[in-house]
Design a protein around this ligand. Sequence first.
Ligand SMILES: NC(=O)c1ccc[n+]([C@@H]2O[C@H](COP(=O)([O-])OP(=O)(O)OC[C@H]3O[C@@H](n4cnc5c(N)ncnc54)[C@H](OP(=O)(O)O)[C@@H]3O)[C@@H](O)[C@H]2O)c1
Length: 287
Amino acid sequence: MKILVTGSNGQLGSELRVLAKTHPSFEFMFTDVAELDITNEIEVNRLVESFNPEAIINCAAYTAVDKAEQEEKLAFLINSFAVGNLARAATKFDALLLHISTDYVFDGNGFRPYIEEDPTNPVSLYAKSKHAGEQHIQSYAKRAVIIRTSWLYSEFGHNFVKTIMKYGKERGKLNVVFDQVGTPTYAHDLAETILGILTNGPHAEGVDIFHFSNEGVASWYDFAKAIIEFSGIDCSIVPIETREYPLPAARPFYSVFNKSKIKQRFQIEIPFWRDSLRECIGKLMRE
Ligand SMILES: NC(=O)c1ccc[n+]([C@@H]2O[C@H](COP(=O)([O-])OP(=O)(O)OC[C@H]3O[C@@H](n4cnc5c(N)ncnc54)[C@H](OP(=O)(O)O)[C@@H]3O)[C@@H](O)[C@H]2O)c1
């Protein structure tokens, strides 16, 4: 099976590159903005036509949540307009589009884990741009899988785990919010799930949405405490409220996912968030 990956220098794309080595039955073409700028519809069509993939995994995104409040046009260009380009090309050349979305499509005012059918209500501009991307897929894709994920980290790129490790070593005391609750997701686990879905064979017609994170529930405070614990850094983590640490973009207070659909459909078991975090930090510390 030929698979085109976009945005493959990011966290998720890098994890897919690592896993590609253990999936010889797949022929991958890894691209990032230098090889394929997904905002360029002509280039998207040209590459999809010439490589002729059976699946396109879209890891490309504008992910600077706070900066998006100032860069609305760019966020929408990459997270929605360009997703439309991919959806149209996938339909034209009969490929499955596997796209990644976010827990931020929900407003976070719920109090039980979100299912795929729950009403969306994105709050920040980043969230609105990602939500619009989902809508473009609904409008233009004939066969697509949208996986919503949350609190993504890996040993690659920038993320909360690396930030806490860096500042934890430098400062010895960090304030972290305890009133936003969700679940961290190790990009390696998401990448494995994506390849598992594709191994299952051709996807039926239509657009299917799934929720995926690691198992369990945490606040950012819990997450930071575990990072410090597993990395053996001498740093105290102080719980604070969101209002004590104002940021340009509003975040959902509660964004835990119900993952029953993806687990049942693809017969997968998902690791507990602390186990995956320990594994990732182990890799980071061996580097
Ligand atoms: N990170 C999270 O906590 C989180 C949470 C929930 C959902 N998600 C979603 O999960 C997906 C993967 O996230 P990630 O953390 O792996 O993202 P990431 O590390 O920011 O990677 C995104 C990649 O896309 C590239 N890119 C940007 N504009 C592009 C364009 N026009 N054409 C082609 N490539 C382009 C980026 O390049 P540059 O770095 O040069 O811009 C980067 O290499 C995204 O859809 C994101 O919205 C992430």
